[in-house]
Design a protein around this ligand. Structure first.
Ligand code: AMP
Length: 213
């Protein structure tokens, strides 16, 4: 099955995707992670996009679509992809349909995490990511888990774009460009809206129920 996990920045898409990857033998593709890898590897693309991402603007569709195409057409990931952070506008949503169709694949579940604006801000400002295993924590509420984390505290970093200024741009980009994708998807029988304000475990269990039906 292929899944699109959809929602605003800080909605918990990455956290929920990580939770179901192992249970359902899926491959998580986060366009944000792919783009950050380009920056860390100092590739040509990385150099072009570093400033765009730090401001909270969108990277061009050409760049993102071509990264996605490589994953969709890779036979190792066939029909087991969870798309996290893609599509982010109508053009990308249409592109996804085209590349999946041309490879005889389709989207089987669209999971929309609906979260209030104030919770989004708290989650993003507290976010810490382990450089080693990619697990996400919140520095304000996960103190115990952070202390116990197997990879050690020194690997926990903050994303450069997780600051008050770029949150505003990222949220505006979401409202103007990504939210319309909801209308594109919401009438489909495999579209599910989930209350993303709840606790991580509660959201995960709802998602598991949906995927096992
Ligand atoms: P994320 O990790 O999903 O929060 O994405 C971090 C940043 O990467 C975004 O604020 C954008 O600058 C960029 N980005 C990620 N995914 C996309 C996408 N599908 N289209 C355009 N830009 C993206």
């Amino acid at each position: 099955m292929n899944i699109v996990i959809f929602g605003s920045p800080g909605a918990g898409k990455g956290t929920q995707a990580q939770n179901i990857v192992n249970k359902f033998n899926l491959y998580q593709v986060s366009t944000g992670d792919l783009l950050r890898n380009e920056i860390n590897n100092k590739s040509q693309t990385g150099k072009k996009i570093e400033h765009i991402i730090s401001k909270g603007d969108f990277v061009t569709d050409d760049i993102v679509n071509s990264l996605i195409k490589k994953i969709v057409t890779n036979t190792n990931y066939r029909n087991r992809i969870i798309f996290d952070g893609y599509p982010r506008n109508i053009n990308q949503a249409e592109n996804l349909e085209i590349i999946l169709k041309s490879d005889n694949q389709s989207i089987n579940f669209i999971l929309y995490l609906k979260v209030s604006r104030d919770i989004i801000q708290k989650r993003i400002l507290g976010r810490m990511i382990c450089e080693k295993c990619n697990k996400t924590f919140n520095e304000f509420k996960d103190e115990k888990q952070i202390e116990k984390h197997a990879c050690e505290k020194k690997y926990l970093i903050k994303r450069k774009d997780d600051n008050k200024e770029s949150i505003i741009t990222r949220y505006d980009e979401y409202m103007n460009k990504t939210k319309p994708v909801l209308d594109f998807y919401s009438s489909r029988s495999y579209f599910y809206e989930i209350d993303g304000n709840e606790k991580i475990e509660e959201i995960s269990s709802k998602i598991e129920q949906i995927l096992t039906v």
